[in-house]
Design a protein around this ligand. Structure first.
Ligand code: PMT
Length: 400
């Protein structure tokens, strides 16, 4: 079982003798399912060549803040936003000092300042340097800012001495990194979710569908697992890998999704409806492909059951809906919150030209509940999903 499936990790490598261990760390992170981009300081390149990390990560290695070619491929701000977490291993005393003082004088230190992702450093240095009062003061400072410090370990050092200052072993670094993504916010809670589009068949080759990719729902399922929940995900036709530990039920049409929700419902505490369910489906599905005959063609549609409204009407589950809107986001979302008797609704714009909403890695959510509101600004869906799960956990606990 992988511990970092789909996680986007920046591995920062600074210039110490333990830099060679970062190559093994990179391999292990990839084995655990992470997508890793490596950023090296100039002095790290004196110990290990960028080519080693390029070959092991499958991506070009970033070394220079002012490299126009690298900036054109993925600029440092984009890289900072891309990361789900940054791990600097090994982190030298010099790098820790710069981090503590907020000095951004190379690519790696700039990225650390420019990213809101969790940031961890794994110190590796001579034990006297580690115990020096300035290093200890810098470590205290970065801990106070909620940065994570992994290690160091006690043991034999490259200089021939013994003491505290060794880089943690690779499996320990991987475990500690994985633990950044888990919390117990929803332990002992069962979540039933829907995600993706539905396809309403017209004939054997055509259907009515929409642009939902399922990414938002799958990201929420992943975040819910990280929060300790037990998750059943009813997915419309999407081509996404199932997050680890999630029970997935595949459906095609709104009717199939409706039926699956009904049969799974009694095993849940929270229902999250991310799916873009078709409101209407053809009255009749033709058994053979419809041939073109006249200049115009009409299709008679019937209303599909509103799955979310039905679940909310039972009054037994904490229900979270989504509202996909092209206009009047707030009014429409608040109307749906009240009309469907939901505990919470997350509204998103879906008809802008911006890279957001349907079929994008990004989204922005306005979340409403009976007497409150929170705006989650445009971010990667994985990041938004974690924030939404935190909000759901907080309100669910208040209600119980
Ligand atoms: O899948 P992605 O590409 O990542 O895109 C994410 C998303 C834009 C699809 C997602 O964030 C989103 O907005 N999902 C809800 C889309 C939608 O159908 O919104 P709606 O306003 O039409 O429906 C309101 C709510 O009722 C939704 O929670 C919907 O799941 C639910 N519904 C709607 C109709 C129906 N027959 N049954 C339902 O349960």
């Amino acid at each position: 079982m992988q511990t970092l499936p789909g996680k986007q990790i920046i591995l920062g490598v600074t210039g110490g003798i333990a830099a060679y261990k970062a190559a093994e760390l990179l391999r292990r992170l990839r084995d655990e399912g992470a997508d890793v981009r490596v950023v090296m300081t100039q002095s790290a390149t004196e110990f290990v060549t960028p080519l080693t990390f390029q070959a092991l990560s499958g991506h070009p290695v970033h070394t220079d803040l002012l490299d126009t070619e690298a900036e054109a491929a993925m600029g440092h701000i984009e890289l900072a936003r891309w990361a789900d977490a940054i791990l600097v291993a090994p982190a030298t005393a010099n790098f820790i000092a710069r981090l503590a003082q907020g000095i951004a004088n190379d690519l790696l230190s700039t990225l650390c300042l420019a990213s809101t992702a969790p940031l961890a450093v794994a110190p590796a240095m001579n034990h006297v340097m580690w115990s020096d009062s300035s290093t200890q003061a810098n470590i205290k400072l970065i801990r106070e800012r909620n940065l994570h410090v992994f290690g160091p370990a006690f043991g034999d050092q490259a200089c021939g001495e013994t003491g505290e200052g060794r880089l943690l072993e690779v499996p320990q670094l991987v475990d500690q990194l994985a633990s950044l993504f888990s919390n117990e916010l929803l332990s002992n809670t069962r979540i039933l979710m829907t995600a993706g589009p539905t396809y309403e068949a017209i004939d054997p080759v055509r259907f009515i569908g929409n642009h939902s990719s399922g990414r938002m729902g799958f990201a929420i399922a992943q975040a819910a697992i990280e929060a300790g929940a037990c998750v059943t995900l009813i997915a419309g036709p999407v081509s996404l890998a199932t997050p680890d530990k999630v029970t997935r039920i595949d459906v095609k049409s709104a009717a199939e999704m409706h039926q699956a929700v009904q049969s799974e419902l009694e095993n849940c505490d929270i229902f999250i409806s991310t799916a873009a369910v078709a409101d209407y489906s053809p009255v009749e599905v033709q058994a053979r492909k419809i041939k073109k005959s006249s200049d115009s063609f009409s299709l008679q549609l019937k209303r599909n059951p509103d799955i979310l409204a039905e679940v909310a009407a039972t009054g037994q589950y904490f229900t979270v809906g989504f509202a996909a809107e092209t206009e009047q986001l707030q009014d429409n979302a608040q109307h749906k919150l009240a009309a469907k008797k939901l505990d919470m609704i997350a509204a998103n714009q879906v008809a802008t030209d911006a890279d957001s909403g349907f079929n994008s890695e990004y989204n922005a959510l306005d979340v409403y509940w009976a007497d409150g509101y929170l705006q989650l600004e445009r971010a990667r869906k994985t990041e938004l999903a974690r924030k939404l799960i935190e909000l759901i956990a907080e309100h669910y606990k208040t209600r119980h």
